[in-house]
Ligand binder design. Structure first.
Ligand code: SF4
Length: 448
């Protein structure tokens, strides 16, 4: 039951939501390389797309001449219309060369080429072919904001596998770099706030209108994701953007070094971030940025290795779903992490909810954790603590889950449900709430 809005409209994962959207007016771009050829994850993606009734699938293919035709044959056997764009093909290369556009090869170049083809559709969804937990709701959820007034939507999800956190490039490079830039005096907050609002800015899954795809400039290499955010901000701003929770994803993992390793990727992501800032009018303070970045990264890492070292040995469960049944009301949600050994007692549990930033305000999140604690106790769990963990500030705030506080949370939920039943939708404006509300442009009560 995560409901907090960030700097852009944020659609949380409410379990099995599979919204009705016009998939028949959508092109799905699935970049592939040779390594996806007949891979089980890619097979699953294609099979799933067959059931979705999408208008077409566009596959920008990076492959050597020896296998390109075999891959085309494999893709053509699908029951969904597939258009293959051989990005390494000699004809495409010479056409781009003649136009002076045949720049560096990479995923960004492939997606840029595919967007040109796919943008004649009303909507375009872009996602990778290696997500092992892929299901048909991903396309539906990404499309949903587009049929409700937004022009751009981006996925976010947890990268948890074998009890380990992944998404290293985002957590250890992008987040502290954005924080370090915010510490400088030159960066204009609005574009930084926008980039900071995305819970997984490096996710490769996004959707956009065909019209936006035609206007968007796309970076050639691993700067694709951040560059796309910068362009979305330039063209449609925060009001036209949304992010959508896709649950938990398991992708292939990359090594740190090597041509496609995280080190090489980080250079391109960093360049793309600076470019996105500068092109949107910000003047980043580069003096001392390296030192500020190291400080921010050290603060985040130290928090885990020193302040929360125990957590590494205390993980009891991750992404744990909860259901709280009150009188005529069912509240559902999913806790990020549950730790055992709370207070040194092996069977005692603590629920931790991670936030990219809380602006120092934990009250908004307390209700959520109190409801999880309540639901857990009704299941027989020995929940003795709950915490909001602000990843940006590297700080952890306790939430009161004593019986009186939990009872108060139940009353709050029951009263809210009663007001909804009575169709009592009295506004409750505040500067903080209205600033992030998706209906503020048409709401007569908004604090502007
Ligand atoms: S008062 Fe209007 S704009 Fe403000 S939070 Fe409520 S609905 Fe949104």
């Amino acid at each position: 039951m995560e409901y907090v809005q960030d700097g852009v409209t944020t659609l949380h994962d409410f379990g099995a939501a599979s919204p009705a959207v016009p998939t028949d007016r959508a092109a799905v771009v699935v970049p592939m390389t040779e390594r996806e050829y007949r891979a089980s994850a890619a097979e699953r993606v294609l099979t799933t797309l067959e059931t979705l009734g999408v208008e077409r699938v566009v596959v920008p293919l990076r492959a050597s001449p020896s296998v390109a035709e075999s891959i085309r044959t494999w893709l053509s056997a699908s029951d969904v219309p597939v258009e293959v764009l051989w990005c390494d093909g000699p004809r495409l290369g010479s056409l781009l060369g003649e136009a002076g556009l045949n720049g560096t090869r990479g995923k960004g170049r492939d997606v840029w080429l595919a967007l040109g083809v796919a943008s004649s559709s009303e909507h375009v969804v872009v996602h990778d072919a290696d997500a092992r937990g892929y299901d048909e709701r991903h396309v539906r959820k990404l499309l949903y904001p587009l049929v409700h007034g937004h022009e751009f939507s981006k996925a976010y999800y947890a990268r948890v596998e074998d009890d380990r956190l992944y998404g290293r490039l985002f957590r250890l490079f992008y987040r502290p770099l954005v924080e370090a830039l915010a510490d400088g005096e030159g960066a204009t907050p609005s574009v930084l706030e926008y980039l900071d609002a995305f819970r997984y800015a490096l996710a490769g899954e996004f959707a956009l209108t065909g019209s936006l795809a035609r206007r968007m400039r796309v970076q050639r290499g691993w700067g694709l994701e951040v560059g796309t955010l910068g362009e979305a901000f330039r063209l449609v701003g925060a009001d036209g953007s949304a992010q959508v929770d896709l649950g938990v994803h398991q992708h292939d993992h990359r090594s740190v070094s090597g041509a496609t390793g995280l080190s090489d990727m980080s250079e391109q992501v960093g360049r793309a971030l600076f470019q996105a800032l500068e092109e949107n009018g910000a003047v980043p303070d580069y003096d001392g940025l390296e030192a500020r970045y190291r400080d921010a990264a050290r603060r985040l890492v130290t928090t885990y290795t020193v302040n929360h070292e125990d957590d590494l040995h205390r993980v009891w469960e991750v992404e744990r779903p909860f259901e709280l049944h009150l009188d005529g009301i069912t509240v559902t949600g999913r806790a990020d992490v549950i730790l055992d050994h709370e207070g040194g007692v092996p069977t005692a549990l603590a629920i931790v909810d991670y936030k990219t930033a809380t602006s120092g305000e934990t009250a908004d999140h307390a209700l959520q954790l109190q409801i999880y604690a309540d639901a857990g106790r009704r299941e027989g769990m020995d929940v003795r603590g709950a915490y909001v963990h602000d990843l940006s500030a590297a700080a952890r705030q306790p939430v009161d889950v004593e019986p009186a506080a939990v009872q108060g949370a139940e009353t709050t939920v029951a009263e809210a449900a009663e007001r909804i039943r009575a169709r009592d939708y009295r506004p409750n404006p505040s500067q903080q709430l209205c600033r992030r509300c998706e209906v503020r442009t048409i709401c007569g009560s908004a604090v502007r």
